[in-house]
Design a protein around this ligand. Sequence first.
Ligand code: NAD
Length: 499
Amino acid sequence: MQELTHYINGAMVEGTSGRFADVYNPALGEVQAQVPLASKAELDAAVAAAAAAQPAWAATNPQKRARILMKFVDLLNRDMDKLAEALSREHGKTLPDAKGDVQRGLEVVEFCIGAPHLLKGEFTDSAGPGIDMYSMRQALGVVAGITPFNFPAMIPMWKFAPALACGNAFILKPSERDPSVPLMLAELMTEAGLPDGVLQVVNGDKEAVDAILDNETVQAVGFVGSTPIAAYIYERGCANGKRVQCFGGAKNHMIIMPDADMDQAADALVGAGYGAAGERCMAISVAVPVGDETADRLIEKLIPRVEALKVGPYTAGDDVDYGPVVTGAAKANIERLVQSGVDQGATLAVDGRDYSLQGYEDGYFVGPHLFDNVTKDMDIYKTEIFGPVLSTVRAQSYEEAIGLAMDHEYGNGTAIFTRDGDTARDFAKRINIGMVGINVPIPVPLAYHTFGGWKKSGFGDLNQHGPDAFKFYTRTKTVTARWPSGIKEGGEFSIPVME
Ligand code: NAD
């Protein structure tokens, strides 16, 4: 059995707590490795070493720091296949999707190569008589990131790349369900030239997280994961005087207007609803067709597409649409929610229950489910299922449809499919959700914009990546300077002559 490690001071380091968690191969339903769960003492030691390394890193000029990130991008491209394979083996997503996971992180690293420009501050010449004023962005010190299982490459990079580019040292506490890729990323950062101790990967569970939240040296915490944990971390981190941003769960609605291209909408829904087995915070989990006729046409188009989805292990190559869910517990939770939908009266238009894959009977595969006639009071509507389950809620008008999305407690992403510019514009303007797609089902902003949800999907003031990340990982200092007037002529170099 493979025993994983932490990554401390530029090397893989064995855990000393004696506590471990199982890491599965979800396609086989087998334990493939054990990851150490750090004690408070291990976490505190990693933070102390990071604090010792951070001043020299902050004093390194921003362009030299950026060059290390530039080299890191080369190494990510060099090792793309290896990273994707390790990612698929622990997470279960298909290889092309695993490469997308690495790629979407890599793009944020590329954005962070522009750090010298983003950090250069502001200057006012002659703010008063003989007075100049300037503002500079300074690193916070040691900061930490706590990340979820569903993007084990992308989200750690979203966190550590901007933090390091700003001159911070970083403690990464990745998900204990797929920790191998974060460890590989840290190794690549060392190979790219990052000084030891500046990026520490501490594996663990609640004990390590609480130790981060209570450690006085840690200045800021960025979290991505489920909403109850996001709320907990935000509260405890803020109470301890830290800067905190937490991104939580989602229930993303896609509104389909009667004038939408129904084939385009159905294709979009299938990709956005079932891709990565629905284990994406930007997955569409609720379809809201407007009018019964639209709903009937949409369901008619969706059923054959959903039934045709190919579910399988990543080793089957490109011929698979999505893989298993991450653990047996995740699978059981999805099955429980599907059953509640049936019991509470929704129509199961495509029934993925009792799905089994020959040769992979113990894997955590879940067949695709499509619900029709879902209503607001049902658990499958209120809860984030995080599985290959799409719920259709029929709305009788545009106002009812937008109201549904606006009343839901989550506000991560949403989309509208229509040919009418006025409706799309009204939707984008009024909706109380952070990321909006117009005929685009998964509107994940690119690296140079910011990513973040509203309502129970985001806690804190600033978003992830883009310019917001540089604000989150620095604090501003403003200097007002007046120099007494002096002799400006300086030395004389030409031979003095009489006037
Ligand atoms: P999770 O909340 O179970 O775990 C996230 C992190 O918190 C992990 O590192 C985990 O070790 C830690 N953690 C878990 N329980 C804890 C506890 N009791 N105390 C302290 N720390 C704890 O989330 P997950 O299952 O890994 O990820 C899926 C969730 O993440 C979904 O809800 C999804 O919507 C959300 N997500 C959100 C975004 C976003 O940007 N909004 C992006 C990706 C995933």
